[in-house]
Design a protein around this ligand. Sequence first.
Ligand SMILES: NC(=O)c1ccc[n+]([C@@H]2O[C@H](COP(=O)([O-])OP(=O)(O)OC[C@H]3O[C@@H](n4cnc5c(N)ncnc54)[C@H](O)[C@@H]3O)[C@@H](O)[C@H]2O)c1
Length: 255
Amino acid sequence: MNRLNGKLAIVTGIGSGIGKGCALRFLAEGAQVLGCDLNAQAAQASVEEARSAGHVLHSLHPCDLTNPADVDALVAAALRELGGIDILVNAAAWGAFEFIEQMDYQRQWKATLAGEIDVVFLACKAVWPHMKARGGGAIVNFASANAYEALAGSGALAHCAGKGAVLAMTRQLAMEGGPHGIRANTISPALVVTGATQPRLDHEPGFRETVLSKMMIQRLGTPDDIAWCATYLASDEAGWVTAADFKLDGGATAW
Ligand SMILES: NC(=O)c1ccc[n+]([C@@H]2O[C@H](COP(=O)([O-])OP(=O)(O)OC[C@H]3O[C@@H](n4cnc5c(N)ncnc54)[C@H](O)[C@@H]3O)[C@@H](O)[C@H]2O)c1
């Protein structure tokens, strides 16, 4: 408890899965949190869930992080509601899962790059001067096991490009942030059960078995598995950790 006492955090994508898990864990660890989501109803449900656990989860919703004006509004809300920004967790993302032969250029390929890369760039750029002014901060981005390897039978071309980009750009952010005390790290999960993955697990024959066949620990990930690592990376415990990537994947990419 209290590993994030007094920290001021923005967590994106609080309406589902990993973003929601990080927001609730950060609150339990003593942080003040402003979340956001494109899906207003889902974000509001997370706000209510936090309230019933005795916490205040601030939220700006709907907020589309592919839109620079919405990102600016998010940062303004953080300054207004929290009084500053120490932590940015970029959990919100959207990607189309399709094989190359079926992938549409604008609606799937370009939209995935915006939904996975632009959202990270815009949020990092918007918080940067405020973290710099406070003498530092911690950014946690999400790459993926897909940044390292292809998963047999899974149409994930644009997603692999998006997550490879987040992995690479986070190293660069770490280098640029070093002199300002801004740390930037990635978490690369294998399959975590969330709103994004549940439909594929439910409806794609053999998908769960293929995913599990790669794992040394024979279970799928949970948002809490990821939130514990994000807590560490966002905290002062990780004061010498930057440009690192944490593979949280049950051993899937280590064969
Ligand atoms: N779940 C997995 O197996 C897995 C594996 C590797 C990496 N990741 C990454 O972890 C992160 C979280 O994934 P998840 O599975 O929890 O996703 P999710 O789809 O369950 O939740 C993402 C949330 O972000 C919101 N969102 C999407 N685009 C947005 C936008 N432009 N503006 C504002 N909100 C937006 C969605 O409405 C949703 O509530 C993503 O970056 C994802 O790529 C997930």
